[in-house]
Design a binder for this molecule. Structure first.
Ligand code: FEO
Ligand code: CA
Ligand code: CA
Ligand code: CA
Length: 583
């Protein structure tokens, strides 16, 4: 562990062992406390959480949502801030009083819908220390759910494919759900990313035939994962086929304006958005890196047409509406093991690169609505499930977690240089260098960590790169974030059996990587059958917030505080000596 290694300039804490306990384990000298949990009262008038599941849909609309994932901290002053926190999905087995795994009434569906979306949470500093608490009441506290009104903007707004009977304009849309991770704009707004939206749609119309476009977005009508279409016709694709096209976008929310209407930005394309890593190019244009989390899907980059106007925030709103969407092609020697190569960004522009009516794209909007089809048309590289992307503030290099891919090496998913391992159970973290210009159309890439397990596999490709050790071994990197000093925080959403390929890895965890030396150290481990995800800091980097998501999804947790039903929760992490986290 840490004392056996030479001192590291960046990693100032002692790494910890893997854990299978139903509690949080954290590096010595640190403490992790719960800031807020699913169901806690948030908006004025919200009732207390009922651990037996008896809260109504109307109650849940005023309570903190479930399955908190990506989040950002927006400071107001030294003692006040607002957090925007995604509520990705629900664990139905814990949501309803009946204890069933699916909704059995419209009221159940409405409660589920109310537990999705985004929670805007006001926080205030406790005294002059590093600890914060939820501020109630606060005019900022707000719930945005699967039924909140939003609007479309950008090139596809109003397009016939976005029009429905309820909204013939194709410009007004209800709700956001599957809100996985996030981004933050330089003008102080929040970006929430719609990921697994397909699982909410379906139909019982026996002869319904899905279109190739619906199939490309993995719509399965025969057995919807959730029962929303049974009770809410909006989600019945036989009755409202275009509603499906109105989800899978990036949504902008102004957390400091409680009456603002969220905006779905169509210029950033429609796919299963993981997060939105926002950076500024040296010429002032806005750049957003985005992953599409599905086996064999792609990595995208959006470059704005205009430049950020720091003096006039209102002038920045069009930056997410006018720009170019690109998709990545990673080149290199598929047969070798250099774990590096070059690549290029290919523009997804109507009329170019084969994105023409002859190939099934009738206009610019269709290229965005069916961005996956467009990416395949131009020859984008099929990746091992691109999850989060984070940009190193010191050198501009972007890092992306490729979480795993059990189908790599099978038909239609051949090995390639950037995704070099068949049946990739561990995942890898890839990074690219655009030479300091985030608008560049080419890059050099390498693999920062080919994850593996030296305990289960002392030799061979599943051992992983040398920076993977018996002490830090983990699988399925997912959340990713840089702090100001350049520490790379890595959060996992993987297998926690602690056996076989996963022997010695314990529960899901958070580690810290040094981008230069490659060293990785384990900082924290979550309770049973959770993932750790979502990461943000107070402005002084002395308080970190991290999410415990879906603890006990296997029915084996009472997190937090011996709760009868486990609850997703936001953790607040501080140092006992009040210092900078990780230093
Ligand atoms: Fe919601 Fe790909 O994680
Ligand atoms: Ca998640
Ligand atoms: Ca994720
Ligand atoms: Ca994941």
């Amino acid at each position: 562990l840490a004392e056996d290694l030479p001192p590291n300039r960046l990693l100032g804490f002692k790494g910890i062992a893997a854990s299978t306990a139903d509690e949080v384990a954290i590096a010595p000298g640190y403490r992790a406390e719960v800031l807020i949990s699913w169901g806690e009262p948030l908006v004025d008038g919200a009732p207390a959480f009922d651990p037996q599941g008896n809260n109504s849909a109307a109650d849940q609309e005023k309570q903190f949502g479930d399955n908190n994932d990506g989040m950002s901290f927006f400071p107001i002053d030294d003692h006040h801030g607002v957090m925007a926190i995604n509520n990705e999905y629900v664990n139905e087995q814990y949501l309803f009083a009946h204890g069933g795994a699916k909704a059995t009434s419209l009221e159940d569906v409405r409660k589920s819908q109310a537990a999705h979306g985004v929670s805007i949470v006001a926080v205030k500093r406790i005294g002059d220390g590093q600890r914060w608490e939820v501020e109630r009441p606060s005019r900022y506290n707000r719930r945005i759910t699967a039924n909140s009104e939003m609007r479309f903007s950008g090139p596809a707004a109003g397009h016939p494919l976005l029009q429905t009977a309820a909204d013939p304009s194709g410009r007004k849309v209800l709700g956001t759900f599957g809100n996985c991770a996030n981004g933050k704009t330089p003008w102080g707004t929040y970006l929430t990313c719609e990921e697994n939206f397909d699982t909410y749609f379906g139909t019982h119309q026996a002869d319904y035939q899905t279109t190739p476009e619906q199939q490309r977005y993995t719509l399965k009508v025969s057995e919807p994962e959730r029962n929303w279409p049974d009770y809410d016709e909006r989600f019945d694709v036989a009755k409202n086929p275009n509603e499906f096209n109105r989800h899978g976008w990036i949504v902008e929310i102004d957390p400091l304006n409680p009456t603002s209407t969220p905006i779905k930005h169509t210029a950033l394309g429609r796919f299963k958005h993981e997060n939105a890593a926002v950076t500024l190019a040296k010429d002032g244009r806005l750049v957003v890196y985005m992953g599409d989390d599905e086996r064999g899907e792609h990595i995208y980059k959006y470059v704005s047409k205009g430049v950020v106007d720091a003096a006039n925030p209102a002038n920045n709103r069009s930056l997410l509406d006018e720009g170019t969407l690109y998709v990545a092609q990673f080149d290199g020697d598929a047969g070798g093991t250099p774990l590096k190569g070059t690549g290029r960004w290919i523009a997804l522009e109507f009329g170019k690169n084969g994105l023409t009516p002859e190939n099934g794209f009738r206009d610019a909007a269709e290229v965005l609505i069916f961005a996956r089809k467009a990416a395949a048309q131009v020859g984008a590289t099929k990746m091992d499930r691109p999850e989060w992307i984070a940009v190193n503030p010191h050198d501009g290099r972007a890092y992306c977690t490729l979480t795993n891919n059990s189908k790599r090496g099978e038909a239609g998913m051949p090995l390639n240089a950037a995704n070099p391992r068949p049946n990739n159970v561990y995942g890898q973290i890839i990074r690219w260098d655009e030479g300091g210009d985030a608008t560049a159309e080419s890059f050099a890439w390498d693999i920062y960590a080919l994850c593996g397990n030296p305990i289960a596999h002392p030799e061979g490709v599943n051992r992983g790169t040398p920076n993977i050790t018996a002490e830090n071994t983990f699988n399925s990197p997912d959340g990713l974030g840089f702090d100001q000093a350049g520490r790379l925080w890595i959060l996992t959403d993987g297998k926690y059996s602690n056996q076989g390929d996963y022997a010695g890895q314990g529960n899901n965890q958070m580690l810290v990587g040094d981008p230069q030396s490659g060293e990785i150290r384990r900082f924290m481990v979550g309770p049973k059958s959770c993932e750790l995800t979502g990461i943000t800091f107070a402005p002084d980097y002395k308080t970190m917030f991290v999410n415990v998501q879906h603890p006990g999804e296997e029915g084996d947790s009472h997190f937090p505080h011996n709760s009868p039903r486990p609850r997703s929760s936001v953790l607040m992490i501080t140092r006992e000596d009040g210092g900078v986290i990780g230093a």
